[in-house]
Design a protein around this ligand. Structure first.
Ligand code: FAD
Ligand code: NAD
Length: 486
């Protein structure tokens, strides 16, 4: 196939597939190349997010939380269930069906929008000269084909960060892919890295019966989030969920005997320790997928961390080449990747139409984060630590879920919402939440920050009663010491 397109997107994760659909909607002739394969060797669109990330993890979190509710929470409502059992293979196959329906859904969306979907690995061939198109080789098995396009969007995503000399076999030593495919809860599960994946996977497998130990290298738990949230989360996860979390742990090696796994590490008191478990999950971060793209053959700039260098509009150093999502700076989140995809598609369509609309850049300061533990953790904007370091004067308002009628009725009343506002202007600088369904509530905080709202604005907006959102309202009132229900 030798085909010429307006735009070729490399990677069909939430960055790439969204960019491709938007390009096509805007009338551009678009192709999207992706190499992901399902267990049967067929193309499976949607990248990390749909195949082994956001969606399968949330499916298992939901299933395991339902089990946990019936097992440990329903009796408080007067509902007693006898003979409760859990069928993990059914849970896993439910998760797989959800993944399959979504990956197929992307293929259908491509068809509907006339995006040409090409299966294989994309690679730059040579630097283009003025007036020429970029040329990309696509390798699939022994077959190599070539496509040309004026514009290229690189959306190649990321992969798990390996621990030096510790190979993942996905049988005993697992990455996220293996962690999402276990058909039995290991009796003893070790997790290296108590970050987002570590905590979400710990929640799933602890609820399903594993004794879970997390070894975290940093001295503080969840050291990048608001300190107060991190403290509350650690208290709940250790006391109530029963996670064993060791911070300041330096892993020396991990050895699998084929039956058990032994983790040798140095603890925070500098004593050498040994952790014996049945499986171990390595979740120590992710690295950008920028190798073997042919970047050197075209002179594409990549930084020391492997991130493709881009400006605020995701433009690389090369003319007409953009890069988005996990392969560039900023949080490695699906919604951030998708928004960059939309913005880049619109900029390219403008250029092709010879327009210069000066489209805004994505505001990386207003990207919401969610950790889907129970209770959930969500935040947007600045933490108190960041504001202290930068010398900004601020005020804080905080309100607990315990004083909220809806949370008490749900039986999920742990946690709080904290609003941080500028001490002089009252503009909201950060919102930090730990509690039930805060993944849904954080959007109100994002809107507030994007619209430069003050805590006074939020305090004067009517929130439905009884609803969890009243906690946000009260936290805004608390900035001015006028919370009502406490
Ligand atoms: P990816 O989704 O990684 O997609 C990149 C695609 O490009 C892949 O299909 C890859 O095969 C393909 N590719 C790479 N190189 C080439 C090449 N040369 N040629 C052809 N194809 C190529 N984020 C959230 O926002 N919310 C969550 O709840 C969440 N949960 C997560 C849970 C887990 C367990 C993990 C691992 C991640 C999670 N994430 C979550 C992060 C999220 O998955 C990523 O931020 C997101 O997928 C990044 O999108 P992307 O399009 O940049 O890249
Ligand atoms: P992470 O950065 O969230 O956590 C990694 C943790 O491992 C950190 O706490 C780090 O200090 C620790 N660590 C690093 N090296 C270590 C070592 N040698 N020994 C022990 N601990 C070590 O990364 P992750 O959990 O692997 O997830 C990767 C990314 O995927 C996340 O940062 C996020 O961007 C994305 N993700 C998002 C969600 C979500 O939005 N709910 C869920 C899962 C993943």
């Amino acid at each position: 196939m030798d085909q010429i397109f307006d735009v070729v997107v490399i990677g069909a994760g939430p960055g790439g597939y969204v960019a491709a659909i938007r390009c096509a909607q805007l009338g551009l002739k678009t192709a999207c190349i992706d190499e992901w394969e399902d267990s049967k060797g067929g193309a499976s669109l949607g990248g990390t997010c749909l195949n082994v990330g956001c969606i399968p993890s949330k499916a298992l979190l939901e299933s395991s939380e339902n089990y946990e509710r019936v097992a440990n929470k329903y009796s408080a409502h007067g509902i007693n269930v006898e003979g409760l059992s859990v069928d993990i293979p059914v849970m896993i196959s439910r998760k797989e069906k959800i993944v399959e329906s979504f990956t197929r859904g992307i293929a259908m969306l491509f068809k509907k929008n006339k995006v040409m979907s090409i299966h294989g690995r994309g690679r730059f061939v040579k630097k283009k000269k003025s007036g020429e198109n970029w040329i990309i080789n696509i390798k699939s098995g022994d077959k190599v084909e070539t496509v040309e396009a004026k514009y290229i969007i690189i959306a190649t995503g990321s992969m798990p960060r390996p621990l030096p000399s510790i190979p993942i076999d996905n049988e005993y030593i697992l990455d996220n892919q293996g962690a999402l495919a276990l058909t039995k809860a290991p009796k003893r599960l070790g997790i290296i890295g108590a970050g987002v994946i570590g905590l979400e996977m710990a929640s799933v497998w602890r609820r399903l019966g594993s004794a879970v130990t997390l070894l975290e290298a940093m001295p503080n738990f969840l050291s990048t989030i608001d300190e107060q949230l991190a403290k509350e989360a650690k208290k709940i996860f250790t006391r109530e969920l029963g996670l064993n979390i060791e911070t300041g742990a330096k892993v020396i090696d991990i050895k699998s005997t084929g039956k058990i796994v032994v983790v040798n590490y140095v603890d925070s008191n500098k004593n050498q320790q040994k952790l014996e478990v049945d499986k171990v999950i390595v979740s120590v971060g992710r690295i950008p997928n920028s190798a073997d793209l042919g970047a050197e053959s075209v002179g594409l700039k990549i930084d020391d961390g492997g991130y493709i260098q881009v400006d605020t509009h995701c433009r690389t150093n090369l003319i007409d080449i953009y890069a988005i999502g996990d392969v560039v700076r900023g949080p490695m989140l699906a919604h951030k990747a998708s928004e960059e995809g939309l913005a880049v598609a619109e900029e390219i369509a403008d250029k092709i139409a010879n327009q210069t609309k000066n489209l805004p850049a994505i505001n990386l300061d207003a990207i919401p984060w969610v950790i889907y533990t129970s209770p959930e953790i969500a935040w947007v904007g600045k933490t108190e630590q960041e504001l202290k370091t930068s010398g900004v004067k601020y005020k804080v308002g905080q309100f607990p879920f315990m004083a909220n009628g809806r949370a008490r009725a749900l039986g999920e009343a742990k946690g709080f919402i904290k609003v941080i506002a500028d001490a002089n202007t009252d503009r909201i600088l950060g919102v930090h939440m730990i509690g039930p369904y805060v993944s849904e509530m954080i959007s109100e905080a994002v809107v507030a920050i994007e619209f430069a709202a003050s805590s006074e604005d939020l305090a004067r907006i009517v929130h439905a009663h009884p609803s969890l959102s009243e906690v946000f309202h009260e936290a805004a009132l608390a900035v001015d010491n006028r919370a009502l229900h406490i």
